[in-house]
Design a protein around this ligand. Sequence first.
Ligand SMILES: [Zn+2]
Length: 631
Amino acid sequence: MALSLYRKYRPQTFDDVVGQEHIEQTLKNAVVTKSVSSAYLFCGPRGTGKTTTARILAKALLCEQAPTDNPDGTCSRCVEISEGVHPDVYELDAASRTGVENVREEIIGRVQFAPTRGTFKIYIIDEVHMLSTAAFNALLKTLEEPPSHVVFVLCTTDPHKVPPTIISRCQRFDFHRLSEKQIIQRLQEICDIEGFTAESAALDLIAQRSQGGMRDAINSLEQVAVFGGGKVSFAAAENMLGEVGDNQLFAIAALMADRDIVGCFEWLATFSQSGTDIAQFVRDLTIHIRNIYVASMVEKSTALPEILDTDTDKVELYCDQAREFGSPDRLAHILLVLGDLTTELRSAANARLSMEIALTRIARPQSDLTLEALAVRLEALEQGIIVPPVALQQSVQQQSPKNPEYSTASIEEPRVSVEASASSRMTTSEVAQTKDDVMPTTAGSASNKDNTASDPENAANVQQLWVRLEREVKARRRVIATLLGGSRAHINTVTGGLLIELPTSAGFAKTSLERLENQEFLREMVKQVFGKPLSLSFILGPPSLTSNTRLEAVSQNTTGNTDNSGILTDDESSSDDCGYGGDVSSGSNAEVFQIEDEESGGIETSIEDILANSFGAAITIEEYQPPRNTL
Ligand SMILES: [Zn+2]
């Protein structure tokens, strides 16, 4: 192949240009009515026909038939333009150094000279956003008072980098990405003319990979055809493009849908050996999941093949897979995880590790603490699906000198794994009682003195109770509910009370919540919902389990706390590695205050009651979720 296919099949007339009819028609009209602008700005992704259209415009103005909306492409002038040797058509690439120099030289020195042959001089400046400031200034001067014989066509993939002063003097056209359908059609035409036998899956793949750019698509087609000796096979295309085929994408998506984490890791291990770029794979997977997501949202629509830009057979597969995933929310969560992963991969040292972590977040939302992940888990809970607990090796040390009873117990069992089974959790829990335990813990019992929410197993329950509290607050005092927006409840392992995390930007909310009347109201609400009075602390941003942030380090800011006896001093502080207590010098900017309440009360509600209330059915708690994790 002496001439590359791309050059050979470069459009020669306006009508040949695929997918940019809106632009071609406007230009044709301008030529015919002799109202051609002195400057055009062609914007659009690479390979969408910008410079090709610029050349056709040049031919329309300089052809022997000119002015014509349909240049013949065969006269000597048209041929010269095609070959880039016409003396009045200057093609400059601003991305190259010589290009920049030529732009300055041409624009400053020679733009005023009359054209050599025709009636126009045409400057096509590719990647114009790369011009230097000096070159832009020279260009701007010319654009302000353009000689009547000059037409500038400025092409750019990045119009944001072109100075507004330049843009405002140009007629702007935005070139669209081509659809896969348009590209496949063009590739098929070329195959027919060239006598290539092409598998349709191969053309699909090439079109998919070209991301709407015809030039890339045709170049890929050429590579694959040369490789196969005129045969365009899917296997060759897959090999050549280093591409993950649809089969692979459907396979990994099915593993995700099944939450088969082992299968996902095995798949990735095999995949890694193929040497395919993980970042590219993630982009492909994102498109695949997006298609499933769309299918799950508009399954019934007959326009689905159009929306997905694919054929009916494949649409069926997408719909099938959408059903495997169950809900659009789950797919939306996966898309968010993949989005994070794409960003991370730009700087990640170990792409495979990043990918594995993302797969874990996807297959096991309980290892992911974003709101979307929690929504997915909640939905699973509603549907009665048991999500297997995540194998976090994290444990939380529970010690509080303020609670002697508890401290004694903790000598025997100083570290309580967050994976403690539901049953053991329930037996030690005051807040969450087992279903069989219908007797409420009454006031006056030993637990009376133990104003604590810090039963180590109850973090998840605490959060659930907190959600319920927020609901109650909303019913009574909307303003306070608003102030609590985005809050999460944690166990304060130092005081045994509640540690309420507010969004880092919620400084105002925190100050307001600290006001005495609001404190009183909240203490009362806590007493009602949690069944006993608990101390209440607020913190901006999440408490870190690993940074040894010392809450009390900042409790000088306390407004409602007159009793610091429960606060660990350096001497008392155990060297726990997970609790909120720890090194006072960790430099945390967290701010905390305490609300103490020495009263106590009985338990009024069990977790099961609350869940049954919320979901309208009896629900057994099957798993425990730690408030934080290291994954
Ligand atoms: Zn011609």
